[in-house]
Design a protein around this ligand. Structure first.
Ligand code: DOR
Length: 453
């Protein structure tokens, strides 16, 4: 049950409304009721003192893997949404590489019902582009949109056939929903890490940046041809960013997201070389290469990271999305070649991206915008009012301390996925409270801690 909540004296950053000021925020009956100085609250109101803290609209994650139905050993809607709440996310879009895939109304209904009964935060399903994600036949897009899908993706796999991608964009255009493509040309791919000097040194098969860039280029051409909206999932290469920049300059319906790991880590992390004190190579696994760095698209070069940080700042990249991809220990406790792709991100994402703020590379309002109004603008066409603290919007709020220091301990994750290359690393910045629909769904420590949060 939601009750009234007054969040007092916080630095309210609401980029949608151009607000950055110390103020109070009142939530009544699950919705934002008032923003202003020295607000009075009805009796029985829960008062949160946010002095010295940032008060943001609840974060919106366009891309996470909740694994349910079918892979409950990796994650469930219950554990994944709890992890989201701990990470400050009040809305998560879940990807359809489940078993069965999210390709029927029944599966969308199942996820929405499960999220309502067991979820800590809002779950918006992304439906598959093709039945069973096999790349063959398009799903019933209209029906899935009506059921509540907010986009379409065969994530984990690209929509490899250009003709099929053209059809998908033609069908999604009138629905006003994006095709969120995992851009990776399979004929150029097949490796386990970024193709470059590190893969050569280690003797591991590489995935060249061109595998991504060529499909980003194709998708942009098809967006132009059809007028359908293309959203580039987990962009990772400088060349892809340049293509998106040009597409936006032409006014094409193209958007992009980037993950916290692609903004902060490089391919050197695979052996631990890119890290400082706390990180030991393969600390979690005992194998010479840290399989927790194995992710698709792969961690690339510092030049790619620099281009993506700048593009995020400029708004060429619209959103930070976690690509939270939990796996079991068995799928990571193995040689690099054999390990599953994916990183558990929901609980570390904010701390990771705040490092960009602490390095002076991006300011806080911009960072907050890319976690709130940026992603909301891509999927919230139905007037849910996500990503803002406008009066009447859902009472979704993230209160965070940009300066709190803590050490990542995967054993303390709410997520079942313990697969983080950040285990043992010190992060600066963390969530103090998460409010969803007017209820406090997570309350963290305000004290600096050294052993997790
Ligand atoms: O690293 C990844 N893991 N990339 C993907 O595209 C899929 C994801 C997963 O589902 O594990």
């Amino acid at each position: 049950m939601s009750r009234s909540i007054l969040i007092k004296d916080g630095r309210i950053i609401d980029p949608r409304n151009g607000m950055d000021a110390v103020s109070d925020l009142l939530i009544l009956e699950g919705k934002v009721a008032e923003v202003g100085k020295a607000l009075a609250a009805p009796e029985g109101t829960l008062v949160l003192n946010a002095r010295g803290l940032v008060v943001s609209p609840g974060f919106v994650d366009l891309h996470c893997h909740l694994r349910e139905p079918g892979f409950e050993e990796k994650e469930t809607i219950a554990t994944g949404t709890l992890a989201a709440a701990r990470g400050g996310f009040t809305t998560v879009c879940c990807m359809p590489n489940t078993q069965p895939a999210i390709d029927t109304r029944a599966t969308v209904d199942f996820i929405l019902a499960k999220a309502r009964s067991e979820g800590a935060v809002r779950v918006l399903p992304v439906a598959a582009v093709t039945k069973g994600r096999t790349g063959g036949q398009l799903v019933e897009m209209g029906e899935l949109a009506e059921a509540g899908a907010v986009g379409f993706s065969d994530d984990g796999d690209p929509v490899a056939d250009p003709r099929l991608m053209r059809s998908a964009l033609t069908y999604t255009r009138p629905l006003g929903l994006p095709v969120m493509d995992h851009c990776e040309d399979p004929s150029l791919s097949g490796g386990v890490m970024h193709e470059g000097k590190v893969s050569t040194r280690l003797g591991l098969r590489g995935i060249p940046a061109a595998a991504e860039e060529s499909m980003v280029a194709r998708d942009i051409l098809l967006a132009e041809l059809t007028g359908g909206s293309v959203h580039i999932a987990h962009i990772s290469a400088a060349g892809s960013v340049e293509l998106v920049r040009r597409a936006k300059a032409k006014g094409l319906p193209v958007t992009a997201e980037v993950t916290p790991h692609h903004l902060t880590l490089t391919h050197e992390w695979i052996t631990g070389d890119g890290t400082t004190e706390a990180q030991q190579p393969a600390a979690n696994t005992g194998y010479p290469y840290d399989t927790n760095t194995k992710v698709n698209p792969p961690l690339r070069e510092s030049a790619d990271v620099d281009v993506m940080v700048e593009a995020l700042r400029e708004g060429i990249i619209d959103a930070i999305a976690t690509d939270h991809a939990p796996h079991t220990i068995v799928e990571k406790l193995c040689p690099y070649d054999e390990a599953a792709f994916g990183i558990s991100v929901l609980e570390t994402g904010l701390g990771s991206v705040l490092s960009l703020f602490h390095q002076g590379r991006i300011d806080l309002p911009t960072l907050v915008a890319r976690l709130t109004v940026g992603p909301a603008g891509i999927i919230d066409h139905g007037g849910l009012g996500l990503g803002t603290l406008s009066v009447g919007a859902p009472g979704d709020v993230t209160v965070f301390d940009p300066d709190i220091e803590w050490v990542v301990d995967v054993e303390r994750f709410s997520s079942k996925g313990r697969n983080s290359p950040l285990h043992g690393r010190r992060l600066k910045g963390g969530v103090v409270a998460t409010v969803f629909n007017g209820s406090v769904v997570f309350e963290g420590s305000r004290e600096a801690v050294t052993d997790g949060r």
